[in-house]
Design a protein around this ligand. Sequence first.
Ligand code: FAD
Ligand code: DLZ
Ligand code: SF4
Length: 518
Amino acid sequence: QPILVLVLGDQLTRTLPSLRGRTKDDTVILMMEVWDEATYVKHHKQKIVLIFSAMRHFAEELRDAGWTVDYVKLTDEGNSGSFTGEVARAIKRHDPRAVHITEAGEWRVQQAIEEWPDKFACEVEILPDDRFLCSHDEFKDWAEDRKHLTMEHFYREMRRKTGLLMTEDGKPEGGDWNYDKDNREPPKDNMDPPAVPKFEPDEITNEVIELVGEKFADHFGDLEPFGWPVTSDEAEKAAGAFFAQRIEKFGPYQDAMVHGSDDMYHSMLSTSINCGLLDPLDLCKRAEQAYEDGKAPINSVEGFIRQIIGWREYIRGFYWLHMPGLESDNKLNAQRGLPEFFWTGETDMRCLSDCIRSTREDAHAHHIQRLMVLGNFCLLAGINPRDVQDWYLAVYADAYQWVELPNVSAMILYADGGKLATKPYAASGNYINKMSDYCKECTYSVSKKTGEGACPFNPLYWHFMDRHRDRLESNHRIGRIYSNWDRMDDEKKQDYLDTAQKFLDSLTPADSSWARNE
Ligand code: FAD
Ligand code: DLZ
Ligand code: SF4
């Protein structure tokens, strides 16, 4: 009787805990394309192509290395459509002595897995996912008794733990822990960042593209051109290009936005990291090496490392600490439906339409677009967390609930009431104008505050502040904003509120069938 080892779509790592230490002659590896996973939200077409193609390539690599892989395709006869159903069928086929699985990234899937020991006659072993630096227990210990879960404090622990950018006497390299103040350069005219490598679809990917075109035609997003890395070799090439060509300027221009440029100096590696094709710690070590070799400045390298061992690990810890409640949190009582233009891109707001365009074309938008354009809009307009969660989870190729949900509900919407962020990331048009070239050619005027043609972010900002005064005024990081509001005369205030309300009333909410099958 063999051991049945499961490998899920975001576990495409040769050193996965459940694969380590197994021998080829008594192991059957089960991989399954299932309808439930492909439709629990209606994922962007390229996201499904990415996962299925990467899964099929991974299975082929394992077979070439001598492993026995039982791969269930979406259209295979008898495919039950769920992980639980497919494991049950595989148990019948292979009569294993045990099922081994690395814990799931998402709470929803982990709940299902935890029922398996009672459901199935054979032993089920669930192993911790040590592709993350910080275990669930370690994060819990760190969080315990802390009044606020400040990312920066967690990040310093991770720096100490890994020794990344630490001097021999235990001090941060360069003297500071964090160089964020040097990472806020607005874009320069005629910036021309080196192109990010795109990968020509091979036969396997083309077959998946055809499948997705057929079965998921009503899902959001362009199916082609598809150029994401789908093997660890391709992902390695993408990483190599980042370290050779773009990391140097990653830091300074991390927050800059340019119309038509989705990549800027970002690594574009999240899709590969999250499905297991790249090892996050290895990437950080290579970034550190670039600093030691004098190829990239400290603010770029520290910034990159902080995103990975800081934010990425913190977000994952935060998710498991606050699930399942985080999913339904709505502390600002936001009730408005997501505007239809999030799916169609049809809006005169040039910043939003460009971010939605890149989302549709590439299943990607960079961090500051997700946070300060799309996210800021959802916060200010009071869009309900459920709609916003569904949108972000569906449209980005790197989206899994463990990373999407804290970023959406806690970071952008403040729906957790401030457990993650010390204040809402609310901003008027001024911020977007400073950090981008969007406003220059927008139909709206960023310098106009109220009335016809005013940038909607301006009145929405005050509408948001005014309607949440009770909750936010006592927050020492934003309390002073209310003195500015109070200094305005009543007519000006009313102008802001009326302009915002008129804009909000003009929004058409999206039909729910964009995000989920009825
Ligand atoms: P880079 O800018 O090159 O950053 C390097 C790496 O750092 C990323 O690849 C990623 O692994 C990590 N990272 C950076 N910021 C974060 C963060 N806030 N949380 C977790 N990891 C981070 N990232 C996802 O991977 N999946 C998501 O579903 C996702 N949803 C997001 C939703 C919102 C509302 C916001 C504000 C951010 C979200 N992010 C998400 C974080 C971030 O926007 C993406 O990781 C990043 O844009 C990916 O592009 P990149 O690889 O070029 O990143
Ligand atoms: C995102 C995704 C999709 C679209 N399809 C599958 C699939 O058919 N089979 C699979 O194993 N994984 C898929 N995934 C990734 C899973 O959703 C991801 O592994 C879980 O959410 C992790 O908890
Ligand atoms: Fe966006 Fe306002 Fe600038 Fe237009 S003017 S691009 S809506 S911030």
